[in-house]
Design a protein around this ligand. Structure first.
Ligand code: 13P
Ligand code: SF4
Length: 319
């Protein structure tokens, strides 16, 4: 639409005027991903977003995604201004792991190394020894297990269970879940496999174990896009937020992609496989953030320094 075109042109002008760069997650709108790519920003998984933001020389980072991604950018680059289209975009994993309750959980298990998923608040990260994203979690836990460490993991029980299975590490799990990925059902994937037996199954490990068990490849959003290219199959069943289809289809234009079924169906559940918080990012509020300087992420300095340690450990970790 013409108004989108006008917004896109405005955002391009504003990015330049503010010496700003756009860092977008694969689950945001196609138009935002396209814009990030066209303007020298990045479209990536959460680890690559963190690395890109930390390295880039822009004065302002505009983070299109959910709040923990903006906070991570600010913790890694306190000298930069970090803007988000909206500060309301949270994550069910973050919401389900309040810092005070989490801290009490850690206090009750002082013998365990605390590893938290990046999908958490700065205050929860500040209590952790390590932060990991799904792309690096198995490697980090493998490393800690080899050092004889026992793990306290939070907040995603599905991802935690998956890592535990892969590594055999001793892991105590917090009881959290992603409301989007939890909706994928093994029965639906099996039925679809019944129709297309030759299809490969790609699953984000925030999904329930019964779904991950059906996967040919489980991994972060970037890893799933890479797998889509590398796998020989030309039909792919994909269990993650449908936002990923924009870049995945561009990566494999010749392949047919199927959305893994959720508990509901297209008629009863229009947004089951789409994160409601990622969906809050739009061209309008993105332009607004740049124009008015709204949606600026602030992280208290003491908290920032405490959260930086486990985050930096993740960035410095080489598998
Ligand atoms: P990735 O690190 O795989 O992009 O995951 C982030 C996320 O929130 C998935 O739901
Ligand atoms: Fe959080 Fe799930 Fe949304 Fe990812 S898809 S941001 S884990 S609620």
């Amino acid at each position: 639409p013409a108004e989108d075109e006008a917004r896109i042109e405005e955002i391009k002008r504003l990015l330049e005027a503010h010496n700003a760069v756009l860092v977008a997650h694969y689950y945001t709108d196609d138009a935002i991903q396209q814009l990030a790519e066209e303007t020298g920003g990045c479209v990536a998984d959460s680890l690559e977003m963190a690395r890109f933001g930390a390295r880039h020389e822009a004065e302002t980072l505009v983070v299109a995604g959910v709040r923990f991604m903006g906070e991570t950018a600010k913790i890694l680059s306190p000298e930069k201004r970090v803007l988000m289209p909206t500060l309301e975009a949270t994550c069910s994993l973050d919401v389900g792991c309040p810092a005070d309750e989490f801290s009490a959980f850690c206090d009750a298990h002082p013998d365990r190394t605390v590893v938290v998923y990046a999908n958490t608040s700065a205050a929860v990260k500040a209590r952790a020894d390590w932060v990991v994203t799904s792309s690096i979690a198995v490697d980090v836990i493998e490393h800690l297990k080899a050092r004889g460490e026992k793990i306290l993991w939070a907040p995603d029980k599905h991802l935690g269970g998956y890592i535990q299975k892969q590594t055999g590490a001793d892991m105590l799990l917090w009881d959290g879940a992603c409301i989007v990925h939890e909706e994928f059902k093994a029965k639906g994937v099996e039925d679809l496999k019944g129709l297309y037996p030759e299809a490969a199954v790609l699953v984000h490990p925030e999904s329930p174990a019964s779904v991950v068990e059906l996967a040919d490849v489980a991994g972060s959003t970037s890893q799933l896009i890479k797998a889509a290219k590398a796998l020989p199959q030309d039909k792919l069943i994909v269990a993650t937020d449908r936002g990923i289809f924009f870049k995945m289809q561009q990566a494999v234009p010749e392949k047919t992609l199927f959305e893994a079924p959720t508990a509901g169906n297209g008629a009863t559940c229009k947004s089951c496989a789409h994160c409601p918080w990622m969906a809050m990012n739009a061209l309008d509020n993105l332009a607004g953030a740049l124009r008015e300087g709204e949606g600026e992420i602030q992280v208290d300095d003491a908290l920032r320094q405490a959260a930086l340690k486990p985050l930096q450990r993740m960035l410095d970790f080489n598998a």
